[in-house]
Design a binder for this molecule. Structure first.
Ligand code: GAP
Length: 442
């Protein structure tokens, strides 16, 4: 993880938020390469969920919502973690932190940070929602929340979307957006942060068909994660036990990825059968009917919801962990660091280099880069030895490197080097766009 954090900063994937002021706790900024990678991931999800299906509609609901939404959803009363603090070192922990020895609030309990005994408070409940005020008056009547999930925006818009698109059940609503949680124990780089994004799809189904759809979405989502290039043996399902189930869930499975080290297998996506909990609650709290009328069967009902909720930030970390490797290179003293991202997700698709800075090679390389740039992101580089330039692209996951050399002016060809096999092929300049274009669509 330390190596990844350092690579991410050095090469412009992820920076600490407000770093020059000492940083903001567990909030991160995405640099030039990070934002490209995250966008590629989000576009891929949007394509799979919305563009390639006729039974899911897109939505972009606001972060700020009516405060009653969060009462209805159960977040005001129930979105809490038990918190304990140490009166000696002032650090805070979740009461169920396995590093705590003894029962917090008793003299035997030991602080996992400073090691003092008897300094941990008894657990108290801490709501994870960020509060703020709407309008100029800072009182309880003006309190609103930064949303802790995007899902509620889809529930309160259920009828708006259904009626405007004339979708019939079963159908889904998908959205990508920011969510905020005042996590007590954030950390592990971008794994658990206080500001993050979600890609959530709510699938509305007829009661009684929910478990069939639940199984369907479980399989679909696992296939999607495998399609990103995450190693199949690093992916697994985890079924929630009765104790783990959220208040709204009838059944839940996590897709887990093996992050290695002390993290091990952790959730990157949750698939939940939420029953009619959400729509029933919003119907009750808003006083507005949220029923669906099925003309074919003349039945009126509140649909059940099967949800597939994935975090792009956490999935991006999984891609970095999955792809990072250090390897020796035959015949060279210096090894190389490679980010084995799939060509479709890699932030830069091709590096373009003149072998040397003379004999018209820079001009030709510039021309090639300019011709390719409208079609996919490329990076022109003429500084340092060619081996160095290859290494710089390898460690950011660039799948192809194009080199203009002495032969290029004679036969209008260049070499294209493959990041993983290290094989070099001579390709005609006229074919470059198709050659790379075909290999980055997956
Ligand atoms: N609407 C259901 C819901 O929000 P969740 O399991 O709490 O379910 C879904 O969140 C996904 O959002 C998680 O699998 C994870 O990828 C991401 N996520 C949740 N909390 C996060 C945090 N604090 N930092 C980064 N990602 C987070």
């Amino acid at each position: 993880m330390d190596k990844l954090v350092s690579l991410c900063k050095r090469r412009g994937f992820v920076f600490q938020s407000s770093e020059i002021y000492g940083g903001t706790g567990s909030v991160w900024d995405y640099g030039p390469l990070g934002v490209e990678l995250k966008r590629n991931l989000q576009d891929r999800w949007w394509r799979a969920m919305v563009r390639q299906r006729d039974d899911i509609e897109g939505l972009d609901s606001a972060i700020l919502m009516h405060p009653r939404v969060w009462e209805a959803s159960g977040h005001v009363g129930g979105f809490v973690d038990p918190l304990v603090d140490c009166s000696n070192c002032k650090k805070r922990f979740r009461a169920d932190d396995p590093k705590i020895k003894g029962v917090p609030g008793t003299p035997d309990a030991q602080c996992p940070a400073c090691g003092m005994k008897g300094t941990l408070s008894a657990p108290r409940l801490f709501n994870l929602m960020f509060k703020t005020f709407m309008g100029p008056v800072e009182d309880s009547a003006a309190t609103i929340y930064l949303r802790p999930e995007t899902a509620q925006g889809s529930y309160v818009n259920f009828l708006n979307v259904q009626q405007s698109t004339r979708q019939k059940i079963p159908f889904g609503i998908a959205q990508i957006g920011k969510a905020f949680r005042n996590e007590i124990t954030p950390g592990n780089f971008i794994f658990r942060t206080r500001e993050f994004e979600q890609m959530e799809m709510q699938f509305f189904v007829e009661p009684g068909t929910d478990m069939t759809w639940f199984e369907y979405w479980k399989e679909e989502r696992m296939k999607w994660h495998q399609g990103l290039g995450l190693a199949p043996d690093r992916l697994q399902f985890h079924q929630h036990t009765r104790d783990e189930l959220a208040h709204y869930a009838r059944a839940a499975f996590d897709v887990q990825f093996d992050f290695g080290g002390s993290l091990g297998f952790q959730e990157i996506e949750g698939i939940h059968n939420r029953g009619d909990f959400d729509l029933s609650q919003h119907q009750q709290f808003s006083g507005k009917k949220l029923e669906y009328f099925d003309h074919a069967t003349n039945k009126r009902y509140i649909p059940y919801v099967v949800e597939a909720a994935v975090g792009p930030n956490r999935t991006l970390l999984a891609l970095l962990v999955n792809g990072y490797r250090e390897e020796a290179v035959e015949g060279e003293t210096e090894g190389r660091t490679v980010l084995g991202l799939s060509a479709a997700l890699a932030p830069i698709k091709a590096g373009v280099f003149p072998l040397v800075k003379k004999d018209g090679m820079p001009e030709t390389a510039h021309r090639i880069a300019d011709e390719l740039r409208p079609h996919f992101p490329v990076f022109y580089d003429d500084s340092g030895a060619i081996g160095r330039r290859y290494r710089r692209q390898d460690e950011i996951g660039t799948p192809f490197c194009i080199t203009v050399d002495g032969e290029s002016s004679a036969d209008n060809t260049v070499t294209v080097r493959d990041r993983d096999s290290l094989k070099q092929e001579r390709v005609s300049v006229d074919r470059l766009r198709d050659y790379i274009g075909q290999r980055i669509v997956q």
